[in-house]
Design a protein around this ligand. Structure first.
Ligand code: PLP
Ligand code: TYF
Length: 394
């Protein structure tokens, strides 16, 4: 049966990990996959997570099945974290999923099941897995203009002009904050215009928020999302606890459906449960229990927020150092965009040749398109990175 399967192309980001591991050079720098690292190059387990795990261990819980919707307490907590204070709360239904990836796929399956002729619009560029997830669910995928390669900011006029031509068969996939891969977020004015266009044209906003708290702060990072939540009747959200709780491998996320009525949202969730029953059935429990424990406990919550702030401060410090070093090395403001971007990434838009040179000559690993995981750097690597860029003329 399987002999004729050709070697698949694989995930360009994940394959970079193996290449990096096999590189014997001491000075090599991994700026590929989007994981946060501390100044020692470690992706730490957050202290709030370890403390919550101790609470769970002492609670003598059970490992019995949880049910298709996952942990309902977690569903409630994560919904509050995302939508607290908005008018969407009482018409929202939430499903625990295996990471945001699971949420993206369940929502895509739901859309494909309900409205199979939908087109999903993703940003150009977008997260490497957006297209495959949507296409594997059977949906048509098209791209909307997003990043202006010259300014490294969002070309909002071009983007909004495209949205103004969409209709009720369209789904617009937006990054809630900390755009992956560019780091360029749109303005609140653009979010406001999207809310108005969604109401006028009838497209469905689909907000993928995988970095809440890693931009301007936990509340600040939901400002765009809240504009949609307060003004648009129907939209969906995929969210992740991989980065902001450092729970990557625990596969912790959620899919949220907001509709005109709670009944419509709950029926949509029940439909997603039916679809999940046809694949992974139930989501893994541990990460969700950890998140719920942190969010319900004032002390753990405070510890977690402090840790998250420290992570942001570190990344912003690196961004400031990059801007300064680049200014000094190039006598220009060409790289100031590092300081304007949000979250873990910055897309430099350097050529494939330059990316290959950085890898071969300097052992610097970055993703195709020139995405740099700033959160993977440490202060001592800033100068070598800038020097490498300058020496190859990138
Ligand atoms: N969406 C975006 C924009 C991402 O960058 C990622 C990856 O981190 C995901 C979704 C998937 O996250 P998860 O690890 O929760 O599946
Ligand atoms: O973009 C990134 O680096 C993260 C992590 O198949 C990631 O979102 C990358 C690829 C992948 C899963 C997660």
């Amino acid at each position: 049966m399987f002999q004729a399967i050709p070697t698949p192309k694989g995930d360009p980001i994940l394959s970079l990990i193996t290449e990096f591991r096999n590189d014997p050079r001491d000075q090599k720098i991994d700026l590929g996959i989007g994981v946060y690292k501390d100044d020692h190059g470690i992706t730490p387990v957050m202290q709030a997570v370890t403390l919550a795990e101790q609470v769970l261990l002492n609670a003598n819980g059970t490992k019995s099945y949880q049910g298709l919707t996952g942990d309902e307490q977690y569903n409630e907590s994560i919904t509050q974290l995302l939508l607290s204070g908005t008018s969407a709360l009482d018409r929202c239904a939430t499903l625990q999923t295996p990471g945001a990836s699971g949420a993206l796929r369940m929502l895509a399956d739901l859309i494909a099941d309900t409205a199979p002729n939908s087109t999903v619009w993703i940003s150009n560029p977008s997260y490497v897995n957006h297209r495959p997830i949507m296409e594997k669910a059977g949906l048509t995928v098209k791209e909307y203009s997003y990043l202006d390669a010259q300014t490294k900011a969002v070309d909002e006029d071009a983007m909004l002009a495209q949205f103004a031509a969409l209709g009720s068969n369209d789904v617009v996939l937006l990054h809630g904050c900390c755009h992956n891969p560019s780091g360029a977020d749109m303005s609140l004015e653009a979010w406001q215009k999207i809310a108005e266009l969604a109401n006028k044209q009838g497209f469905l906003p689909f907000i993928d928020i995988a970095y809440q708290g890693l931009g301007d702060g936990l509340e600040e990072d939901t400002k765009g999302l809240h504009i949609i939540a307060n003004q648009v009747d129907e939209f969906v959200i995929s969210t992740s606890c991989s980065k902001n709780f450092g729970l990557y491998r625990e596969r912790t996320g959620a899919a949220l459906i907001v509709s005109n009525t709670l009944t419509a949202a709950m029926n949509s969730r029940a439909k997603m449960c039916e679809l999940a029953r046809g694949s992974y059935s139930m989501p893994p429990a541990h990460g969700a229990a950890v998140v719920d424990t942190i969010l319900r406990d004032d002390n753990l919550n405070a510890i977690w927020r402090k840790e998250l702030t420290a992570m942001n401060t570190r990344v912003n410090g690196l961004r400031a150092a990059l801007v300064q070093e680049f200014q000094a090395a190039t006598q220009s403001n060409r790289f100031d965009y590092f300081g304007e971007h949000k979250g873990m990434f910055t897309l430099t838009c350097i050529s494939n040749e330059h990316i290959a040179q950085l890898k071969e000559q300097f052992g610097i690993y970055i993703v195709g398109g020139g995405r740099i995981n700033v959160a993977g750097l440490n202060q001592s690597q800033v100068k070598p990175l800038v020097e490498a860029f300058v020496s190859i003329g990138a």
